[in-house]
Ligand binder design. Structure first.
Ligand code: GRF
Length: 188
């Protein structure tokens, strides 16, 4: 069984869905967060998942921060990294230590609507189809090889809140499935 680390900076609903998924082919070894106030930390507490909180500002630079993270990840024998709302760009240390072993979920059909607030970007643009993308992480934001995409049709009566709920439902249902496949087969 592969061991994964989940990186999250905020709410952590994907983290919880990944932990609770019944038919796991992976073990969630730990949560790593850069935000001590992240609700993901509360979830880790009640789910009984080890967590580590780091403030990147306590390190000399990104390189130092990531050297330290890699050491921790090795201690926990982490096979691959799952980003779930982690609000930092992954640098070269982590990328080379976990080459093709870092995945991310993004709430739009990439390459459309990269970056922050993708759900509202798509809604405000007025697209009729949006969705969720799960992809490998590389040095550029939201640009790595696409592993899976799940489309969703926006109907005319939907509010942005409705759309957010639907997108999150899709994320929670699909991210664990992709992580399972990734655990068994590596890059798909
Ligand atoms: C998700 O919408 C994910 O696609 C994006 O950040 C959000 C994280 O939500 N990368 P949560 O913290 O898992 O609730």
């Amino acid at each position: 069984m592969k061991k994964i680390a989940i990186f999250a900076s905020g709410n952590g609903s994907n983290f919880e869905a990944i932990v609770r998924y019944p038919d796991k082919k992976y073990e969630v070894a730990l949560l790593i967060t850069d935000n001590e106030k992240a609700y993901a930390v509360k979830r880790a507490e009640y789910l009984g998942i080890p967590f580590l909180i780091f403030n990147p500002r306590d390190f000399k630079d990104k390189n130092d921060y990531e050297v330290f993270l890699v050491r921790k990840l090795r201690q926990y024998e982490v096979d691959f990294i799952v980003l779930a709302g982690y609000m930092r760009i992954i640098g070269s240390k982590l990328l080379s230590a976990y080459e093709n072993k870092i995945i991310n979920i993004h709430p739009s059909l990439l390459p459309a609507f990269k970056g922050k607030d993708a759900i509202s970007q798509a809604f405000l643009y007025g697209v009729k189809v949006t969705g969720v993308t799960i992809h490998l992480v590389n040095q550029d934001i939201d640009s790595g090889m696409i592993i899976e995409q799940i489309p969703f049709y926006i109907n005319n009566k939907m509010t942005i809140n409705d759309l957010e709920k639907e997108i999150h439902k899709i994320e929670h249902a699909n991210y664990p499935i992709v992580i399972n496949k990734f655990s068994e087969e590596g890059v798909l």
